[in-house]
Design a protein around this ligand. Structure first.
Ligand SMILES: [Zn+2]
Length: 391
């Protein structure tokens, strides 16, 4: 294991290796610095938890920081024996803005808190923007007194505000854990050795051979499976601490089915900010499976892991109590409307038997890959807890 490095040295390395993605965000905009710090402590928590739970003390030291970009993206790298995870500040801003606007609308999840007192300004029903720089500028303007506030709106009802924050927590944790999995399962070292590809950038299609892309998709699926299973089981375990700090949270996350609904709503929104539709003919040329398909797999994986720890949650998906139609409704309430052609294209692609065949091919590839990954992995690929199989 490498010796601990001085923080200044890590900052410089981070800035250099991720220069193409905006480099290190410094200084953080003062109005946003506090929100960013909350997520930084989450990474520290997850690394400690994963090291203890998986008994993988040899996981390299991991340095986390923000990228100076308003887009939604995340990157991971392993350099000189250290892990580096970067998240764009745009990811935090886009997700926070999304959940606060949703819960500020009286028709969204009306059974949470007192929804009748909410009102969402027409100007904030502007759908989803994947570029925080432009929407922040649009919302604040130069003379707006809200310039020093992070969020354009916050739900009036405290419970709805908590719900929005918990969704943001679940979504951001998913992103962080996904990157942590790329380091933990040795994906980065494996790709570097076999494909000379040192970075994993989440939202960028790499042009490569079909085998390279199927391999990449298999690794992404593995990272999603980890992020979902570790994220949801961690969310369920950690909630007692949140309830101790704020007893009113008991009505939101006091029992497992309710807490799972919050988590699935948050993670579901993360994937739903991207178009659900995809081209069935170009599945093999992408670095990731389509977001809508990743969401299905992740929710299923999270629930499978959770059912092992909490057996009574086993049939949640079938029982209908995890109704994610609420999410589609919430998205439409903030002005995110899918064109009917997008919906019908998605439905046709989703039904196409070639999708199922492709997903099976990616799963097979992951099974084949396991022995090759083994020398690079810090986690146990065979008996891995929390997840040894891709769902
Ligand atoms: Zn990834």
């Amino acid at each position: 294991m490498s010796e601990p490095l001085a923080p200044k040295r890590h900052e410089a390395i981070f800035d250099e290796i991720f220069a193409a993605y905006g480099g290190r965000l410094y200084p953080a905009p003062p109005f946003f610095a506090r929100s960013l710090e909350v997520d930084r402590t989450a990474l520290v928590y997850w690394v400690r938890r994963v090291k203890t739970a998986l008994d993988v003390m040899r996981l390299p030291e991991i340095y986390f920081d923000y990228l100076s970009s308003g887009s939604v993206n995340a990157v991971a790298s392993e350099t000189l024996g250290y892990g580096y995870i970067g998240l764009t500040w745009g990811a935090i801003a886009v997700l926070g803005d999304l959940f606060f606007r949703m819960l500020s609308h009286p028709d969204v999840l009306p059974f949470i808190g007192n929804s009748s007192g909410e009102a969402l300004d027409e100007s904030l029903k502007d759908g989803i923007s994947l570029d925080a720089t432009s929407f922040q500028a649009r919302r604040r303007g130069d003379t707006d007194p809200r310039q020093n506030q992070v969020w354009a709106t916050v739900p009036k009802d405290p419970l709805r505000c908590h719900f929005a924050r918990l969704c943001g927590r679940a979504a951001t944790d998913f992103l962080i854990l996904h990157e942590l999995a790329h380091i933990g399962y040795g994906h980065l070292r494996y790709l570097k050795a076999n494909f000379d590809a040192p970075f994993l950038v989440e939202l960028e299609a790499l042009t490569s051979s079909t085998l390279g892309q199927i391999t990449r998709q298999a690794l992404e699926m593995n990272a999603d499976a980890f992020a979902a299973s570790a994220g949801l089981t961690g969310f369920l375990e950690y909630r007692q601490k949140w309830i101790n700090d704020l007893p009113e949270l008991d009505s939101l996350i006091g029992d497992e089915p309710k807490a799972i609904f919050v988590w699935a709503f948050g993670v579901g929104a993360l994937f739903s900010i991207f178009s659900p539709t995809f081209d069935i003919n170009s599945l093999t040329t992408q670095s990731h499976l389509p977001p809508s398909i990743r969401l299905e797999g992740s929710v299923k994986c999270g629930l499978d892991a959770c059912a092992r720890a909490y057996p009574k949650t086993k049939d949640l998906l079938e029982s209908g109590s995890l109704n994610l139609l609420h999410l589609g409704h919430a998205l439409s309430c903030i002005g995110h409307r899918l064109e009917p052609s997008v919906v019908s294209d998605y439905q046709a692609a989703r039904r196409d038997p070639r999708l199922d065949a492709h997903v099976k091919r990616v799963l097979r590839r992951f099974k084949e890959l396991k022995p090759d990954l083994k020398p690079y992995s810090y986690f146990d690929l065979e008996n891995g807890n929390p997840q040894d199989e891709v769902c």
